[in-house]
Design a protein around this ligand. Structure first.
Ligand code: PLP
Length: 363
């Protein structure tokens, strides 16, 4: 039986291989490896795609979050609110700027940040809220705005997603072009987007050693830049991203149909959302989840878990002192979730085989 990966990066590469080869040649010919026309071109094109004024390319999504937080002024002893069920990077970025990680639970059906809990967690020290657009659908950012603090969107999984007709709602958003993301580079890459020119300038300044001109260092920054070769790949893929996201939506609809008679909990899109299905996550009974996952993997189906541990139950954040039971919805979900293979090129036959394997693993 042929294997079905969680994400098929080879299938994506096959579509862009020629464009990438031509672009790499262009960069190698003029040896502009950092910055330059490819990076500037991608930043322009991605800003247009995201419907924002400014895009600053950086080295990865975690840096993008950290620089966005620094730009809106989150620092030592400030508090920043984020959901417990996210990839660790959201919390790391807050910790790295010296701020306190304030976790809240998620909505049990969409897995997006519980907005009531987030608003209730706001204190005079709160300097940012970080909604995570988990699995490719946007969190209800408009509800969080009433907190009156900057909203730093973690948009690593939501390139091209929209909510109530718009793709960007916060003060600033960070995204990741890790290879497996909807828009993936051939290595690490990320970006910060915003409509606020001053914030964009601060991020750009911080990202290149604290200065916009060489050897003029206004701030203590970092080295976090987008490489030109990555920009080539991203430009080639960006021209296909809308079509690819549409193919993901079709694949998600097909799973919905194939799974309608199977005893799993299917993913739910919140009202007003057009998701881009970075992941298609179902729920199965917690006591059987790991066996089901193992059976799928043994059957050549690349299912996964995103993510097995909420932030507060990782050793890294044990210092928060939040034990099991702190965030019941996030914890329950972590025990039951299962991500099925999804990518733009997945075929109906592959999806049927995934569902057959799942049905047989469910027993
Ligand atoms: C991938 C991801 C990140 C981090 O991006 P990197 O480019 O891997 O640093 C942050 N948050 C979420 C939700 C992610 O999925």
């Amino acid at each position: 039986m042929s294997k079905i990966p969680l994400v098929d990066l080879q299938a994506a590469h096959a579509e862009v291989a020629d464009d990438v080869a031509v672009g790499f040649k262009r960069v190698l010919a003029n040896t502009a490896f950092i910055g330059g026309e490819e990076v500037a071109g991608f930043e322009r094109e991605y800003a247009e795609f995201a419907g924002v004024e400014h895009c600053v390319g950086v080295a990865n999504g975690t840096d993008a979050l950290e620089l966005a937080l620094r730009a809106v002024g989150v620092g030592r002893d400030d508090e920043a609110i984020l959901p417990a069920n996210t990839f660790i990077a959201t919390a790391e970025a807050v910790a790295r700027v010296g701020a306190r990680v304030v976790l809240v639970d998620c909505d049990p059906s969409t897995y997006l940040i519980d907005t009531d809990a987030a608003l209730a967690a706001v204190t005079p020290r709160t300097k940012a809220i970080l909604p995570v657009h988990l699995y490719g659908q946007q969190a209800p950012v408009e509800v969080l705005r009433s907190a009156g603090v900057p909203i730093v969107e973690d948009a690593a999984q939501s390139q091209g997603a929209s909510r109530n007709g718009a793709g960007f709602h916060g003060s600033i958003a960070a995204t990741s072009f890790y290879p497996g993301k909807n828009l993936g580079a051939y290595g690490d890459a990320g970006a910060v987007v915003t409509d606020d020119g001053a914030l964009a300038t601060t991020v750009r300044t911080l990202s290149q050693h604290g200065g916009l001109r060489k050897y003029e260092h206004e701030l203590i920054g970092v080295n976090s830049r987008l490489d030109a070769l990555q920009a080539v790949v991203l430009r080639a893929k960006l021209t296909r991203l809308e079509r690819w996201n549409e193919a993901r939506r079709a694949a998600a609809a097909r799973y919905d149909e194939l799974l309608s008679t199977v005893d799993v909990v299917r993913p739910v899109a919140a009202d007003g959302n057009v998701p881009v299905w970075h992941l298609y996550v179902v729920r199965v009974p917690a006591d059987r989840r790991d066996d089901i996952l193992a059976a799928l993997n043994a059957d050549g189906v690349g299912a996964g878990i995103h993510y097995p541990f909420p932030v507060h139950l990782t050793p890294a954040f044990a210092g928060l002192g939040l034990g099991a039971g702190s965030f019941p919805h996030a914890e329950k979900a972590a025990g039951e979730i299962l991500s099925l293979p999804i990518y733009p090129q997945i075929t109906p036959q592959q999806q049927e085989r995934v569902v057959e394997a799942l049905v047989s693993a469910l027993g």
